[in-house]
Design a binder for this molecule. Structure first.
Ligand SMILES: NC(=O)c1ccc[n+]([C@@H]2O[C@H](COP(=O)([O-])OP(=O)(O)OC[C@H]3O[C@@H](n4cnc5c(N)ncnc54)[C@H](O)[C@@H]3O)[C@@H](O)[C@H]2O)c1
Length: 289
């Protein structure tokens, strides 16, 4: 159901790769709510992914930009303002990638060049986006910027690897820039901490299917889907949340406030008398995984 919440608003949506992408679902909802926007991704992703189909569906133009490259971000904001006919009202940063995760490097044996890339792509790109937007004065007063995060920023999750550090930095950038941009231009900046969701990036996390099941059993409302995340983003882009800023907002069915649920406990009990395959003699290097 559409409410015209974004009628007349102009946006930039990063990170729609295929129909599983959270950004894809946000774009569909933003279109339904009356927004006009540009879609952006790396040129490789635009070649390999399905973003062109989404662009056609939403009547949006595609602009290639590597979010770690300041010149490409400047071009993105410039072109978006030209195409959309004015300053931007909302931005979605939906970007994450860790070469350490991709190459199967353990957290206690990180490749530091990869770590720099993880942080640059998944967190510092958020700062670059905000800094470019501010210097170009590209975002309207009371505009809204949202980036997507995960609870591994606060708590340790097996297999999330250096993405946990990237998410902690991402959330901190949201707060630090939120102060400056809020004071100067009333621009609000928030992160949404989303449940595990089946997407290309999500599937890269070690033991993802079990994580998904565990989170679902732990959450009183169950895991939030990509569609739920899109709905939440729309409220944050709308004028209904004008004084929400510098927050990390959990869209996770209650997971982050839980300690243990009966559903998770009962499932755990079923496996209690079976030998665990992790740690000990089976894997001496990673005793504590
Ligand atoms: N899927 C989950 O379980 C989950 C949970 C919480 C948060 N998130 C976050 O949601 C966001 C979107 O991920 P998703 O799950 O929709 O997966 P996805 O793989 O569909 O999206 C990730 C996007 O990042 C883009 N990207 C990678 N490097 C880039 C770069 N240098 N410049 C610009 N774009 C680049 C990719 O092309 C891709 O479109 C990420 O920040 C992710 O960490 C995902």
């Amino acid at each position: 159901m559409a409410y015209n919440l974004l009628k007349g608003k102009r946006g930039i949506i990063f990170g729609a790769l295929n129909s599983d992408s959270i950004a894809w679902k946000v774009a569909e909802r933003a279109h339904e709510e009356g927004a006009t926007f540009t879609l952006t991704n790396t040129s490789v992703a635009l070649r390999m992914g399905d973003t062109a189909k989404l662009a056609e569906k939403c009547n949006a133009e595609l602009i290639g930009a590597d979010a770690t490259n300041v010149e490409e971000l400047e071009n993105l904001f410039k072109k978006s303002m030209e195409i959309l006919g004015g300053k931007i009202d909302f931005v979605l940063h939906s970007i994450g990638m860790s070469p350490n995760v991709r190459k199967g490097r353990h957290y206690s044996d990180l490749d530091y060049n990869y770590l720099s890339k993880t942080l640059d792509i998944s967190a510092i790109s958020f700062h670059k986006t905000l800094q470019v937007a501010r210097k170009m004065d590209a975002i309207n007063e009371w505009g809204s910027v949202v980036a997507l995060s995960y609870v591994a920023a606060q708590r340790t999750f097996y297999g999330y690897n250096d993405m946990a550090d990237a998410k902690a930095l991402l959330e901190s950038i949201g707060r630090s820039f939120g102060y400056i941009y809020g004071r100067e231009r009333h621009v609000r900046i928030n992160t949404i901490s989303q449940s595990p969701t089946v997407t290309t990036a999500g599937g890269g996390v070690k033991g993802f299917d079990r994580l998904l099941d565990f989170a679902d059993r732990m959450s009183p409302l169950g895991n939030a889907t990509g569609e739920d995340c899109a709905d939440y983003c729309i409220t944050l882009f709308s004028d209904l949340t004008r004084r929400v800023t510098m927050q990390n907002l959990f869209n996770d069915g209650g997971f982050s406030s839980m300690g243990m649920s009966l559903r998770a406990l009962e499932q755990y009990e079923k496996g209690l008398h079976q030998e665990c395959e992790c740690g000990g003699a089976l894997d001496e290097e990673h005793n504590y995984d």
